[in-house]
Design a protein around this ligand. Structure first.
Ligand code: ADP
Ligand code: ZN
Ligand code: ZN
Length: 731
């Protein structure tokens, strides 16, 4: 019987498409299909079966192929993606195809690879029966003799001609091949015994007991615990109890490259338990396999970044979101979703608990905890008894004049730490040599011609680079305006700091870690290894270094250039700075030795520092929430930003003015602001403008956006690219 199907396609259209197929039933919902769309063929997904179509039967095209190579996307994930599409007002087809691993977006066959292993047969010759020149065969046979059975990869690694010899020896009947229909999982053999977990301290014990004694079902927990207070230990305990109950656990982290230790900790704690990771540095095949292993239930723990929130997990029992405040949980282009918020939605939908952890929660989450929507758990002490909180001090830039960015007290402290054989970290949130190049005669500043920004000096490479659009050019020999050859880099970046520190401390081993120095794959890992091996005295780095790394010998941190965020137009800048400084401070004195943090600032009396010195997140959050409440900012309201870009600013603004007219002015619960140029008005040659919409309740905003989005979609916007950003973090 021919069935009509609602198919989602990866197109920027908020509609499903009708196709027909034979021998397709309910069990095929969530399967990928191949259809012809216009002149091309596209992969789509069956979202629903329909009893009839509004289109004449003759116009409904048949599905070309139903892919049965992988299991269909389960119903709960489809429902989550539908929710995501509704909430962010983004076409369902695009949402689905953003969530799927790349390989499932294509029409190539997708299966788990068979894992081929080889064993010796009774017909295999003895090694001394082989002629002397049969070197490769001898090597392969010897390996099989020693190991009993070996995966194909292990044999291939022994010689470049191994593949040829394997084939020949199979033909000779010397070896036998066995197929296992799955790739090796990242799990240590179950025979190795797990290290004993540490005894929980009383605070940790209370937290675990509270979570475990709660009624089953959806509970959002917010775990507020300073760096080193043992949050990860809590994650491990709660995971253990889920595993015992036969449940799967999903752990979301902001940047898996920056938290390599977390994966290792899960694997060593649960030997024999299959753990898979899902993050951007996997290749497409690995990503697909990990996804399928999670979906089949073989993988019990999934550790991943943002996109992993959509991983099918049939026996999911708990979601953990580490560093829940981190901005990288929000995707900043295409489907602008928050993985943390989708994780909460998913937990609610599955009726399971979710644990959000952070030393500095987002004010949204903290506010939810204070108002009773989330349940608050606190860890106030460092877990290891002798580990002390670092001492944080301010260096007043008004009295201590910096030379090349560094003040005398900071240099002195670095010198002393070096003499004591300890590691130091100098933190500055700007890579490159200097943020601008200027002409001392006429005041010219090297601009990016495609953006409203300045070019950053990268002296090592002799180039100027735009950190926004990627534009690059040679450093000019003379000022293009007045011809003066005396051009000077102004301000500090990591490269310059590295040079200056080398001048001051010629014997010190200095290592710079930023996006430029770690561009090569694995280079970050190698560099971190150097630090752990104590082959580094002074680290210079950006926020790459702020997160998650546990450097045992690091006892001094200097923080430069933090003032910009104190009086920023962005109302979230202070929140971010506080989180960053708490994190940076968390790097100092992780082990037995106390650490010191020195912050250079022009505004030592700013209340942010008062709270920071006491490492008192809740005091800081209280002042911030009071300010936000008074100003009517989130979390006391809910926002959406309509962004538009065009080749001319006026075109983008015009579009937004039309959009504003469509919004109507009658609903007092909705505030629609004026269309304005974006703070960064030009980016990569496009002019950008934006329009802010705000409401006190999320439901009101959602209801408004629903109607507005439909009206916007009908607008003629051929010259303008526009997008809606619900709960925007960046303006
Ligand atoms: P966080 O995730 O809050 O930064 P961790 O869980 O990484 O903290 O704990 C910090 C350090 O303390 C780690 O080295 C961890 O092994 C150790 N630790 C955590 N809990 C305990 C405990 N109960 N007893 C002993 N050591 C602990
Ligand atoms: Zn000039
Ligand atoms: Zn640019």
């Amino acid at each position: 019987m021919t069935q009509i199907l609602n198919i989602a396609l990866d197109l920027p259209l908020a509609t499903l498409f009708d196709y027909r197929a034979d021998a397709v039933g309910k069990e095929d919902i969530g399967r990928r299909v191949l259809v012809s769309f216009g002149r091309r063929k596209m992969v789509g997904m069956i979202v629903a079966l329909a009893s009839h179509s509004d289109h004449p039967a003759a116009q409904i095209k048949p599905v070309l192929q139903v892919f049965r190579d992988t299991p269909p996307l389960p119903q709960d994930i489809l429902a989550l993606l539908q929710f995501c599409s509704d909430y962010y007002h983004h076409p369902l087809g695009e949402v689905i195809f953003t969530a799927l691993p790349q390989r499932l977006r294509s029409d190539q066959p997708n299966t788990l690879p068979s894992r081929r292993t080889y064993t010796l047969t009774a017909d295999a010759p003895f090694l001394d029966e082989l002629p002397a020149r049969a070197m490769v065969r001898r090597k392969l046979l010897q390996h099989l003799q020693q190991t009993g059975a070996a995966p194909r990869e292990a044999l291939l690694a022994l010689s470049s001609s191994a593949a040829k010899h394997i084939k020949e020896m199979l033909a000779l009947g010397w070896i036998a091949q066995r197929q296992e229909a799955r790739p090796p999982l990242a799990a240590t053999p179950s025979s190795s015994c797990a290290p004993l977990p540490p005894q929980l301290n009383p605070e940790q014990g209370e937290v675990v007991a509270e979570v475990q004694s709660a009624a089953p079902g959806f509970i959002p927990w917010l775990l507020l615990g300073i760096t080193g207070s043992g949050k990860t230990e809590i994650y491990l305990r709660l995971t253990a109890s889920q595993l015992e109950q036969g449940r799967q656990v999903l752990v979301l982290v902001p940047e898996i490259n920056l938290t390599p230790q977390l994966e290792a900790r899960f694997q060593t704690r649960f030997p024999g338990i299959p753990v898979v990771s899902l993050h951007s540095s996997l290749n497409d095949t690995e990503r697909l396999h990990h996804w399928l292993l999670a979906q089949s239930g073989e993988a019990r723990i999934v550790l991943g970044t943002r996109l992993a929130v959509f991983t099918p997990m049939p026996e999911l029992g708990l979601i953990i979101v580490d560093e829940e405040h981190d901005g990288s949980f929000k995707q900043q282009d295409g489907l602008r979703y928050s993985a943390r918020d989708m994780a909460v939605a998913r937990a609610k939908q599955r009726d399971i608990p979710i644990l959000l952890g952070s030393a500095t929660p987002s004010l949204e989450s903290y506010h939810n905890a204070l108002s009773g929507r989330y349940r608050l758990l606190r860890l106030t002490q460092r877990a290891v008894e002798e580990a002390q909180l670092p001492t944080i001090r301010r260096i007043d830039l008004r009295t201590e004049k910096p030379v090349d960015g560094l003040t005398a007290p900071l240099l002195r402290a670095l010198g002393e730490n070096l003499a004591r054989g300890r590691q130091s970290l100098v933190f500055i949130n700007r890579r490159g040599y200097a943020p601008v190049l200027t002409c001392n005669q006429c005041g010219w500043l090297a601009p990016c011609l495609r953006c409203s920004s300045k070019l950053v000096v990268h002296l090592r490479e002799g180039r100027l680079r735009c950190h926004h659009c990627g534009h690059e050019e040679r450093i000019p020999r003379a000022c293009p305006d007045c011809g003066n050859p005396d051009l000077a880099p102004v301000g500090q970046g990591t490269q310059r700091l590295e040079d200056v520190l080398t001048e001051h401390f010629p014997s010190a081993r200095i290592l710079r870690i930023d996006r430029d120095s770690t561009r090569r794959k694995h280079s970050l890992k190698e560099m971190l290894h150097e630090v752990h091996e104590e082959r580094v005295d002074i680290l210079v780095g950006t926020q790459i270094l702020a997160k998650g790394h546990d450097f045992k010998r690091l006892t001094l941190v200097g923080a430069l250039n933090v003032d910009g965020a104190l009086y920023s137009a962005d109302f979230r800048a202070a929140e971010r700075l506080f989180a960053l400084l708490m994190q940076v401070a968390g790097r100092a004195g992780r082990a037995a030795e106390p650490g010191t943090v020195l912050i250079q600032t022009q505004f030592p009396d700013h209340p942010l520092f008062e709270a920071l010195l006491r490492q008192d997140y809740e005091a800081f959050a209280a002042t911030q929430l009071a300010e936000r409440k008074q100003a009517g900012f989130p979390p006391f309201c809910h926002q959406a930003l309509l962004r538009a870009e065009a080749t001319r600013l006026e075109t983008a603004l015009d579009f937004l003015r039309q959009a504003r007219n469509l919004a109507g002015a009658d609903d007092p619960a909705i505030t629609v602001y004026d269309a304005v140029p974006a703070p960064m008005a030009r980016l990569a040659g496009r002019e950008r403008a934006q329009l802010l919409v705000q409401a006190e309740s999320r439901q009101t905003l959602q209801r408004f956006l629903h109607h507005w989005y439909t009206a916007l979609s009908a607008l003629n916007a051929r010259q303008t690219r526009w997008s809606l950003d619900v709960d925007p973090l960046d303006f």
